[in-house]
Design a protein around this ligand. Sequence first.
Ligand code: DOR
Ligand code: ZN
Length: 434
Amino acid sequence: METILIKGGHIIDPQNNLNSELDIVIEKGKITKIEKNIPPFPNCKVIDASDCIVSPSFTDLHAHLRDPGQTYKEDIKTGSLSAVAGGFTTVVCMPNTIPAIDEPSLVRYVIEKGEEIGLCRVLPTGAVTKGRKGQQLTEMALLKDAGAVYFTDDGAPIIDSNIMRKAMEYAASLGTFIANHCEDTALSKDGIAHEGEIAAALGLPPLPPEAEESMVARDCILSIRTQAPVHICHISTKLAVEIVAWAKAMGANVTAEVTPHHLYLCDDEWLDFHCKAKVSPPLREFEDIEAVRWALSSKIIDFVATDHAPHAHHEKMLDHWSCPPGMIGLQFALPIVLELVRKDYINIVRAVEVLSTEPSKKIGLKPPSIQKGNTAELVIFNPNEPWEVTEDKIFSKSKNTPLLGRKLRGKVKYTFYKGKIVYQDSSKQEFCYD
Ligand code: DOR
Ligand code: ZN
């Protein structure tokens, strides 16, 4: 393994209050020196990180890798490629696979396949209910022993409040938590686009925001009463944020994540009627976007999670009703979070916190940290480099995003995992295996 000198980068690591220009030496995969102006030395590979930020690599607690069962959309390998190209070295994947991850053998399958590919840490969640049908609890203890990091029926809500309450208490007794996709399906019904001016003007079936908000409120109350933790997936409205703020003020153990698309895109993405804008929860109005941005800044929202939801081209070309909701996100989280830095909603330290430190802590994973003696697990990115989103730059099997053809700023240059370079940006992008 070659010795690497990362030169001229600005290191940001909220874990140990690093926020300055320092060089880093990596020998045999370990960080051996962090100092100012280290001159190049014989037999070292120099990475020029001037104009770049060097930070702990990112953790995504919410991605759909579609494996097993729908590997024509994504698989654990292409999901891993997309992750490291986005600066992520830990990806937690959702159990809405076919079959659903509701058996220990399926949990093991995901872990083992992730390890075999070896580009990043792939950690499965377990389903809360058998087959994600919302009726019978899974054997959560066995799933946890097999390696499930938390429990969710994501893609579908846990509608039955009694099941939700029991699941929360049971998960808490196992030292973990339930993450809920909050959607009262009696309210969302056949809704497709956020209920507002755009849906009305276009004649698209409206999906009222209280479908999300009422279930967020229920889960917060269950958490207050039971003292069990609950995590709100992909929060997206101003009122939902206010409810979480209230619950936190009441001392509830409630956390919330927000997706890059809900931080960046409005329901006007529907103006061309194309289902690339279809996602669950739906894209909201600008007022909601402002609210989730400020909530990320004030820590009402705890971190960013991509809800990377790959779907095949032919599926996204279906009519509004038949088309599955979802958009990919692993390669867009960083540039979108950097946009919030540029627009002064958050500072760069908070940007690293919401992408790396906070999500890692939530699942009890020691966050990667740039410290002498640590194995290198870091990302080098140019925060200002512009790039156009084109299909050839997307490493996911699916290209379903409204961002195609748009310019973003902020580019991952290198990703290190287990001491090695697993992604390197160049005109000819290359992935590096063992
Ligand atoms: O838009 C979404 N797509 N939201 C979800 O909750 C599920 C996901 C999927 O699995 O495609
Ligand atoms: Zn999801």
